[in-house]
Write a protein that binds this ligand. Structure first.
Ligand SMILES: Cc1ncc(COP(=O)(O)O)c(C=O)c1O
Length: 373
């Protein structure tokens, strides 16, 4: 007999895949004579920039195994990008590791760090669901908490603290002071801080988005810190699965050793696409302007229809509310052919918001505006 018992227990510990709950609203929205405006998921819709696609094609001849660590040129490119774009002048390229998209790293980090029963993994109360999933996969305790104080006396069990700035779904950006407090608290209890920063290049204010690795935040030492980054959104290559983790050299090397054994390797053509994409700021700037224009149209349409938009200073979502239960708002929009995600998909604290994604064509975003006017 196949011993599925342990596996079933592990699966049972995972949260339900909530998107099934949206299906009837999707059907309703699709029935609109002008077709659905689907703003429920954050998947890019614009073409992969040719500079990136050419790099992938140019590396198509790949008979040998790629390096799990990534090539030195790729790790240098990541370090150069941090210096140029993120205010991190001295990231050691030895502390960089490419990942197969960032979702897998988020889901497996607690396991790769050796966490398990009795260990706490802290993440924001309204958050991308995979932080919770990762804790559960490792058999550790998922602990949603926004402030260091709210963790209270259990702090001794905390081994990993996730921050996500800019946040999915709220678009909230954490400032230097906030991040500095998280770092000093985590260091005082011996916990690792992992900072998921994948929307950092998509800021809608004049303020840059600080990285956890910024010397102002971490005092110049990357000890105990990991920045998690993805090019899926800024370079329209979610289909390539191109991302990386960077920071504490010793931690990164320990992840590397395990990932080598497990075959968690980024394909060589993708490593090349990642290197080239990170070295070209022009296509990111062009994509940012596309989203800025869509965001403006969507923001005006929603506020004109009586919505309030909270946070949403950066990233690809408008965190919107009509001060009613999220599913009522989802239903109201579905009547108008528009599909959005209810905020409680991201935690009970999101129960009166909906997440409106900006990842739709100009034509669909204008359809949103005309339907709400
Ligand atoms: C906050 C956050 N982290 C990680 C990811 C995963 O991105 P990817 O696996 O495409 O790198 C997403 C994707 O939506 C996200 O919103």
């Amino acid at each position: 007999m196949i011993p599925t018992g342990a596996n079933s227990a592990r699966l049972a510990a995972l949260p339900d895949f909530p998107w099934n709950r949206l299906a009837p609203y999707g059907e309703r929205a699709r029935a609109h004579p002008g077709g659905i405006v689907d703003l429920s998921v954050g998947t890019p819709v614009d073409p992969t920039p040719s500079v990136v696609a050419d790099a992938l094609r140019g590396a198509a001849n790949a008979p040998g195994y790629p390096q799990t660590y990534g090539t030195p040129a790729l790790r240098e490119a990541v370090s150069g990008w941090f210096a140029r774009r993120r205010g991190v002048p001295a990231l050691d390229p030895d502390g960089v590791l490419p990942t197969v998209g960032s979702k897998e790293l988020v889901a497996w980090l607690p396991t790769l760090l050796g966490l398990g029963p009795g260990d706490d993994v802290v993440f924001p109360t309204v958050a991308y669901p995979t932080y919770d999933v990762g804790a559960r996969l490792a058999g550790a305790n998922p602990v949603p908490a926004d402030g260091t104080v709210s963790v209270g006396p259990a702090a001794g069990r905390v081994k990993l603290v996730w921050v996500n700035s800019p946040s999915n779904p709220t678009g909230r950006v954490l400032g230097v002071d906030h991040l500095r407090k998280v770092v000093s608290w985590a260091r005082s209890i011996g916990a690792v801080v992992a900072s998921d920063e994948c929307y950092a290049e998509l800021s809608w204010t004049a303020q840059p988005v600080p990285s956890i690795l910024d010397p102002e935040v971490c005092g110049g030492s990357h000890e105990g810190l990991l920045a998690v980054y993805s090019l899926s959104k800024q370079s329209n290559l979610a289909g390539y699965r191109a991302a990386f983790v960077a920071g504490d050299v010793a931690l990164v090397r320990s992840l590397l050793e395990l990932r080598k054994h497990a075959g968690m390797i980024v394909p060589w053509p993708v490593q090349e696409a990642l290197r080239v994409a990170l070295s070209d700021d022009e296509h990111v700037a062009a994509q940012r302007e596309l989203y800025r224009a869509r965001r403006e149209v969507a923001r005006k349409a929603l506020t004109g229809a009586g919505f309030r938009i909270d946070h949403s200073d950066a990233g690809l979502y408008l965190w919107s509310t009509r001060d009613e239960p999220a599913l009522d708002t989802v239903a109201w929009l579905a009547e108008r052919g528009v599909l959005v995600a209810p905020g409680d998909f991201y935690g009970t604290a999101g129960a009166r918001h909906v997440r409106v994604a900006l990842t739709a064509t100009d034509e669909r975003i204008h359809a949103l505006a005309s339907r709400l006017s």
